[in-house]
Write a protein that binds this ligand. Structure first.
Ligand SMILES: [Zn+2]
Length: 276
């Protein structure tokens, strides 16, 4: 059978992409999962129809917390959570939420949260002096003096890590734009260690963010030495989910193996079964 040049090229391209992915997975020795996928402005079916959905499994996260948090959707109670879980039922994805602020769990029961595969959180919304929640990436955010900000920011990490059953710390070591040029100076070893120790103590995995390309190597190496688990995350909005090139390259550099990677365990959330 004759094939045209165009068909030949197309088949070759597909074969090459598949081979390179197979190689990536072989070198990585664990399945590719993007645990930080937002459905904003899209639907689960549209997201699953993306070409990258064939090689990367998605973990979907909706914002969860009190109604004080301003997002198009904030799941605030068991009923809203159950409807969200139902929407994802039967789809080949992990079901997660992105917890907001330290009081996020107050509207949920343990049984409600037990329907989830995991909870992800980041530190990017922080209280100001008066306790008002501030989205640090907005221009309304007053960052103030850098060293004082960093101390408060590190303490805030520790606080949110103990705010409930958290599994993944996302957007790790992200800084407001004004401070980003000083990243290496501001993230001192002591500050990194404080965040990492709090995460490891609670079994919270460190996200290697493909979109922010964070955290940087010194942070990751300290995490690795402390025995932290890791995840990949794009924080992707349609159609940019699953684009994990930076995370994959970073994992290769660190030599991460299956045992280093977070895997969802539902029992995290259920009350323990009585034994013996
Ligand atoms: Zn997010």
């Amino acid at each position: 059978m004759n094939i045209t040049r165009r068909q030949f090229l197309k088949q070759t391209t597909v074969a090459c992409a598949a081979a390179s992915l197979a190689r990536a997975e072989e070198e990585l020795d664990f399945p590719l999962v993007d645990f930080h996928v937002h459905l904003d402005n899209s639907t689960i079916d549209k997201v699953l129809a993306l070409p990258q959905a064939g090689s990367v499994k998605f973990g979907i996260v909706e914002h969860a917390g009190t109604k004080e948090n301003q997002y198009p959707i904030v799941l605030s109670n068991d009923a809203e959570l159950a409807a969200y879980v139902k929407m994802l039922e039967g789809k080949p994805v992990y079901k997660g939420v992105q917890a907001e602020f330290s009081d996020w769990a107050s509207g949920f029961t343990k049984a409600g949260l037990a329907q989830l595969d995991y909870v992800l959180i980041d530190a990017m919304t922080m209280p100001d002096k008066n306790g008002k929640r501030v989205k640090l990436w907005t221009k309304e955010a007053e960052i103030g003096e850098a060293q004082r900000f960093m101390d408060r920011y590190v303490d805030w990490h520790v606080e949110i890590l103990s705010s409930g059953p958290i599994n993944i710390l996302a957007n790790v070591s992200w800084l407001p734009a004004a401070l980003m040029p000083d990243y290496d100076r501001l993230w001192t070893e002591a500050r990194m260690r404080k965040v990492i120790e709090a995460a490891v103590k609670r079994g919270v995995a460190i996200e290697i963010s493909a979109s922010y390309k964070l955290p940087r190597m010194p942070f990751l190496k300290l995490s690795q030495a402390a025995g932290a688990k890791f995840t990949f995350g794009s924080n992707g909005r349609y159609p940019k989910m699953g684009l994990l090139e930076h995370s994959i390259q970073t994992a290769k550099q660190l030599g991460l193996k299956r045992r280093d990677m977070f895997r969802p365990v539902r029992q995290n959330f259920s009350s323990r079964r009585a034994t013996g």
